[in-house]
Design a protein around this ligand. Structure first.
Ligand code: GTP
Ligand code: SPV
Ligand code: MN
Length: 601
């Protein structure tokens, strides 16, 4: 009698099979994460695959930019599209006023319709990856399918991707699922759909950054924030840095800032003060857990940088230029930058040196500096491995993470908001975060420069009702024996002539120094209606080229100008109705009363 052996498919294999039956790809390819594979995919992207009229990859000058490739996206697909991004809890209340909502069943049907046969003639790449170090108790296993090599290559840079993750998942069905197809790039058929209860992200119609690299904003923030709410941790849009002093003592700090407001720059800041050095742990996302010691510990779930190109130079962010010119890791990708056609180098506004003579713009059209358009798209980006970074912290791969002493919550405000403010206590800090506003940037589709409330820089990324999110933050503070101190920061205040009052970049170390001194009880402060601001006489501004008068303007609170702001904050907080924690409401009332009082005196 013949012996029949049945090999049972694992839940992962079954799930991939289901996707294949829906999308009907010509080939299915499981990525192993090897360098040889990356080489092959790039080759294919240079010769076989195209987006519109462009090859997926184009080799750049490898003598000057080792292992660098240029990618041009579809012209309608250049930033996250928040109006097409949905969070589908079965209970609409759980989604909150901060997200678009669709009934999960209806959303599933819509996405099934858009996905049917969408990969015909194409390859479906299966990407098994981990957010966080595979040995970290805080890490999560994920699998994404996609139909474009650009996404496969980018995910290999941005996450810990490889065959070993398939073994780690094994027979379990405990992995976060990402389904991605570029479809035909039709903006009318573009949706980025989140199903937090299922641990599923389903994205069709966009190949761009946060819409397509599903491990990033979709999973590590939207789905993860919901997991954190249920499991007692926080997933945040934050930088993680270690600041080392002359004695070798390192203080770890996280900082939340909205998209394109300075996180990457802060993460690899080259210190203007010789007694400090900044080490990079992460530049965009932090997962925060309470450790056994009652402190807050942070890991960076990512393995790469997906940074804004324009404005990056040896002057503003030398460590990023060094990262991009480093050749440790294969490869580095530039998306939607301009191209110097004489030297085959990438180019963007703000890069060092003169504007090249012969150029094409981000869409490959002839361009010269007399044109009013930009050569690089304002949201053009590079994708590069953390391991290329000369300031990478030794602790970045520590499965336990790093212990956090201070949290900075920042925004881009041309008026009103002081350079730096220390919260009176944790709850007040949560209020400072909840009332945060920022002027919009090119990182998301829509108008640039409009003020919008963006609590903890999480408005587009919180995968549930922000009222519950504020409650969760307050509760987290109560669970810690040593909560970090909380600070509000604004490096973008302007003078009457519209010039930045603060030089920013490497000079931001002075703000970090003040914070570290405060944490260690060594720096003075002045109480204002908003919180504590630096004492102008002791703030370490010497050598920054900032006159004391400007410093005065930078930290000034002018209660007479706050009426509109107070109303706007109130209107925003009211949107959360009964879900708004009473502690936030109380702190709002106390702030209004303090502003009122100081205006009268
Ligand atoms: P995302 O990747 O979108 O999350 O952005 P990010 O927060 O990492 O922003 P990034 O550091 O890439 O900075 C975006 C823009 O702000 C660039 O044009 C920078 O040159 C500019 N910028 C960064 N830091 C400062 C600063 O301290 N002062 C000023 N004036 N501009 C800054
Ligand atoms: C952001 O917009 O905050 C980014 C880029 O970091 S994206 O991956 O597109 O979200
Ligand atoms: Mn970001």
């Amino acid at each position: 009698m013949a012996l029949k052996v049945f090999i049972m498919a694992t839940p992962l294999e079954k799930w991939v099979d289901e996707q294949a039956r829906l999308f009907e790809p010509k080939h299915i390819y499981w990525c192993d994460g090897s360098e040889g594979e990356a080489r092959r995919l790039i080759e294919m992207g240079m010769k076989e695959e195209r987006i519109g009229q462009h090859d997926i990859f184009r080799e750049l000058n490898h003598k000057l930019w080792p292992k660098a490739y240029l990618h041009r996206s579809h012209p309608t697909d250049v930033a996250r599209t928040e109006h097409l991004t949905f969070v589908c809890h079965s209970d609409r209340e759980a989604t909150g006023p901060n997200n678009n909502w669709m009934d999960p069943k209806e959303a599933g049907e819509l996405m099934t319709k858009l996905s049917k046969g969408a990969m015909r003639g194409k390859t479906m790449y299966v990407l098994p990856y981990m957010m966080g170090h595979p040995d970290s108790p805080y890490a999560k296993a994920c699998v994404q399918v996609t139909d474009v090599s650009y996404v496969a290559i980018s995910m290999r840079i941005m996450t810990r991707l490889g065959k070993r993750i398939v073994n780690k998942i094994g027979k379990s069905d405990n992995f976060v699922k990402g389904v991605h197809s570029v479809g035909d790039f039709d903006p009318n058929k573009r949706y980025i759909m989140h199903f937090p209860e299922e641990g599923l992200v389903w994205s069709v119609g966009s190949g761009y950054g946060g819409n397509a690299l599903l491990g990033k904003k979709c999973f590590s923030l939207r789905i993860a924030s919901w997991l954190g709410y249920k499991q007692g941790w926080l997933a945040e849009h934050m930088v993680i840095i270690g600041v080392e002093d002359l004695h070798g003592s390192v203080t770890y700090i996280t900082a939340a800032m909205p998209s394109a407001c300075g996180k990457t720059n802060l993460a690899m800041l080259e210190s203007a003060l010789p007694e400090y050095k900044v080490y990079t742990v992460g530049d965009d996302i932090a997962w925060l857990n309470i450790g056994p010691d009652g402190r807050l510990w942070a890991i960076n779930p990512e393995a790469g940088f997906f940074g804004v190109a324009p404005g990056t130079s040896m002057k503003t962010n030398p460590n990023m230029i060094r990262t991009l010119k480093n050749s440790n890791f294969y490869p580095t990708i530039f998306t939607n930058v301009g191209l110097n056609t004489d030297t085959n180098e990438p180019w963007w506004e703000g890069l060092d040196g003169p504007v090249p003579e012969h150029m094409v713009d981000w869409q490959g059209q002839p361009w010269d500096k007399t044109q009013t358009t930009k050569a690089a798209h304002p949201n053009s980006r590079f994708t590069v491995s953390l391991t290329n970074c000369p300031t990478l912290s030794r602790e970045y791969d520590n499965p336990k993470g790093v212990p956090i002493s201070a949290i900075i919550l920042g925004g881009r405000r041309s008026q009103l908001i002081p350079l730096i403010t220390e919260a009176f206590n944790w709850e007040h800090g949560v209020f400072l975060g909840a009332r945060m506003g920022s002027e919009t940037t090119a990182a998301a589709a829509g108008k640039v420069g409009v003020l919008r409330r963006d609590p903890m820089a999480m408005l587009p990324f919180c995968g549930y009702n922000m009222g519950l999110y504020f409650r969760h933050w307050i509760n987290m503070g109560r669970l810690m024996t040593h909560p970090p101190r909380i600070y509000a920061m604004n490096a973008f205040r302007l003078d009457e002539k519209g010039r930045f009052l603060w030089p920013g970049f490497g000079e931001n170390i002075r703000i970090l120094k003040w914070i570290i001194d405060r944490v260690n009880g060594k720096a003075g402060a002045k109480e204002t209606p908003l919180g504590f601001v630096p004492d102008i006489n002791t703030f370490p501004v010497d050598g920054a080229g900032v006159p004391r008068g400007n410093l005065q303007q930078l930290i000034e609170v002018r209660p007479g100008e706050w009426q509109g702001e107070v109303q706007d904050i109130k209107g925003f907080l009211d949107r959360f109705g009964n879900h708004l924690p009473y502690e936030i409401r109380n702190d709002f009332n106390r702030m209004s009363a303090r502003l009122q009082k100081s205006q009268e005196t």
